[in-house]
Design a protein around this ligand. Structure first.
Ligand SMILES: Cc1cc2nc3c(=O)[nH]c(=O)nc-3n(C[C@H](O)[C@H](O)[C@H](O)COP(=O)(O)O)c2cc1C
Length: 205
């Protein structure tokens, strides 16, 4: 029995995909709560459980956040020199072109028109971000096991530079965005992106 359960989890880990195409269908509140419940059970340093969850299901609101992220990306591109130290990738032509395309798109290329977005916020203390990442992964796996797609949205981090957006979201003083996930019923499941072979990334001692 135990082996069967282990097999299920490993299959879920390997089959989960980042979903960027969602059906235009509302996610029931209970399902979102069940996904967050899986996050609540994640390991955390000293069992501090440093996460707070902000759930948004209002599409107009999500769109506004998307536009605000793009505005921040535009600011970074405009003042590329200032940001080169923090984001050395800006020196790479490919990254620059990608960010340019994101910033100038009229579509929701940030949250992929998802019906729900969950921000995981935390304080700037030792291992709080790592603990929140564990919660985020638990949530993505739990979602997948329930037939729900998700995607970690690193771009959402740019909202930290937008004080008004942070206030709008109700992020308390001293907190920052540890993770942001989209949730929704998958319309399209992409092929698995290639994983690097184990031989090149592991050594035994
Ligand atoms: C920290 C982090 C940030 C990410 N940011 C984004 C993002 O902003 N937009 C996006 O579409 N995908 C984002 N992703 C998803 C990755 O692109 C995806 O996990 C990777 O390509 C592997 O695909 P898979 O999740 O389907 O296995 C992010 C993933 C992680 C872990």
């Amino acid at each position: 029995m135990l082996h069967f359960m282990e097999g299920e989890v490993i299959r879920c880990i390997k089959e989960r995909r980042s979903i960027r195409n969602y059906l235009d269908k509302e996610l029931p509140k209970e399902i979102i709560e069940e996904i967050i419940e899986a996050g609540r059970y994640a390991p955390s340093a000293e069992n501090k459980q440093p996460w707070r969850f902000i759930v948004i299901t209002d599409r107009a609101y999500i769109n506004e956040l998307s536009e605000r992220v793009k505005k921040q990306v535009r600011n970074i591109l405009k003042r590329k020199c200032k940001w080169k130290k923090k984001y050395p990738e800006l020196n790479e032509r490919e990254t620059f072109l990608f960010l340019n395309a994101v910033a100038s798109s009229s579509r929701d290329v940030i949250f992929h028109d998802a019906p729900a977005v969950v921000f995981i916020i935390t304080e700037n203390k030792a291992f709080y971000d790592e603990s929140c990442a564990c919660a985020a992964q638990n949530m993505m796996l739990a979602a997948w096991s329930l037939g729900i797609g998700s995607c970690w949205i690193g771009f959402a981090k740019f909202l930290e530079m937008d004080k008004e957006a942070m206030k709008m979201l109700g992020v308390p003083h001293g907190y920052h965005i540890a993770a942001c996930l989209t949730l929704g019923y998958p319309a399209k499941v992409p092929k698995a992106p290639m994983r690097n072979p184990i031989a090149g990334i592991m050594k035994w001692i």
